[in-house]
Design a protein around this ligand. Structure first.
Ligand code: PGA
Length: 251
């Protein structure tokens, strides 16, 4: 299904279950790798992509995809968490995907949450993406408030990789992964919206009724920095892969 909007269109693919939507995302990622085996993937963390990564691991084990020459860049990382911290996004990626496929660990990149000079680490991250030839396929989730990566409402459409403060809502949402809310970092490094929009293809996965309103605003609402995901409509090749619950409020 393609939803036409006043400015641009976003492709929407709806599946009855989260499992099927996740399999579709895995197929799309594997497809990008098979088209360009030395290409660049942009990857995401959170509860949403876990099943898609499991499906991707299954495809790898079945010999359907080879990650040996791929490079990966993750969207974001908490500031202050070391790479081996159980809630760091580096740790998440190692556990949920990288350790179970044949990607070269040296070719997987996550922003450095312990960088002593954060601004320098951010511009270096941008340079590494550029030097790798840019991102072929970027996977995204969506926050209840419309954030993409940690670009919270109000983030500039042309923002680049930088340090950001997390909103109270995001801290509360992410507290479920920590022992207590006090342990959730208040700051993160995130790719910017401008960085994300430079990917050649974007696949946004949203699952569950809790995301339905954010998805509807992304597709039908005004294109505004107040709902960062709506800015994806300025991109030519975005697909929102949804389960039925997340699609419930679409026209
Ligand atoms: P979630 O996070 O997958 O844990 O819901 C998505 C996001 O905030 O981008």
């Amino acid at each position: 299904m393609t939803v036409e909007t006043e400015s641009n269109s976003i492709n929407v693919a709806i599946f009855s279950t989260a499992e099927e939507a996740s399999r579709e995302v895995a197929r799309r990622i594997a497809g990008a790798v098979n088209r360009r085996p030395d290409g660049v993937l942009g990857l995401a963390t959170g509860g949403t992509p876990v099943t898609a990564y499991q499906a991707l691991i299954g495809m790898y084990r079945d010999g359907k995809v080879d990650f040996s020459n791929i490079r990966t860049f993750n969207l974001d990382e908490y500031i202050g968490l070391p790479p081996d911290h159980p809630q760091s996004f580096r740790h998440f990626m190692d556990q949920q995907l990288f350790q179970s496929i044949n990607v070269d660990p040296e070719r997987t990149f996550v922003p450095d949450g312990l960088a002593s000079d954060v601004a320098q680490a951010c511009s270096q991250y941008e340079a590494m993406i550029r030097d790798a030839g840019g991102i072929d396929l970027q996977l995204l989730g969506i926050g209840h408030n419309g954030h993409i990566a940690f670009n919270e409402p109000g983030s500039a459409a042309d923002s680049r990789t930088r340090q950001v403060a997390l909103t109270d809502e995001t801290i509360e949402n992410n507290a479920r992964f920590f022992e207590s809310i006090d342990q959730v970092p208040r700051h993160a490094i995130t790719m910017g919206i401008g960085t994300i929009l430079e990917a050649r293809e974007i696949v946004l996965l949203a699952l569950g009724e809790g995301k339905a309103e954010a998805v509807a605003k992304m597709v039908h609402g005004p294109i505004t920095e107040q709902h960062p995901a709506s800015l994806l409509r300025r991109h030519r090749n975005v697909t929102a892969v949804l389960d039925a619950a997340a699609a419930r409020r679409l026209a």
